[in-house]
Design a protein around this ligand. Structure first.
Ligand code: RB5
Length: 144
């Protein structure tokens, strides 16, 4: 089966975790586009979040992953884009339920919050979990 197209982006505070997650997703066979940034030079995370979220909202990519220091700024910004349901999470249960119940399409991490191995596990579970639809579809439609 064709694996999903994933776009991944970060600000300067998420750049190290971004490169590790990117390699991991490539190992899993995903088609991954690295939006940047790729330096420790400070940048304003809303610019990255907005561009990545727009590329998911238009369907150019199936899902997005955004990383900053906490994941909070990225998720707040991404959720301003119509059609985006972004979740910042640091546990596998929330990641799974955010897919099953909320059909999240952007996953956010904080490099200053979470370790590499947990972040990788969360990515895998989040990417492999299907939306349950039924009553949850009605609720997701109500968000729009
Ligand atoms: C940058 O210092 C930091 O504020 C940013 O990466 C992020 O954590 C914001 O939510």
């Amino acid at each position: 089966m064709q694996k999903e197209k994933i776009i991944i982006g970060s600000d300067h505070a998420g750049v190290n975790l971004k490169s590790k997650i990117k390699l991991y997703l490539l190992e899993l066979g995903y088609d991954v586009f690295d939006f940047g940034v790729n330096s420790q030079e400070p940048v304003d995370y809303p610019y990255i979040a907005k561009d990545v979220a727009n590329k998911v909202a238009t369907g150019e990519y199936n899902k997005g992953i955004l990383i900053c220091g906490t994941g909070i700024g990225m998720s707040i910004t991404a959720n301003k884009i119509k059609g985006i349901r972004a979740v910042v999470c640091s546990d596998t249960t929330s990641a799974k339920l955010s897919r099953q119940h909320n059909d999240t399409n952007i996953l956010c991490f904080g490099e200053r919050i979470i370790g590499e191995y947990l972040a990788k596990d969360i990515c895998k579970i989040w990417l492999e979990t299907e939306f349950m639809k039924d009553r949850h579809l009605r609720r997701v439609n109500l968000i729009e």
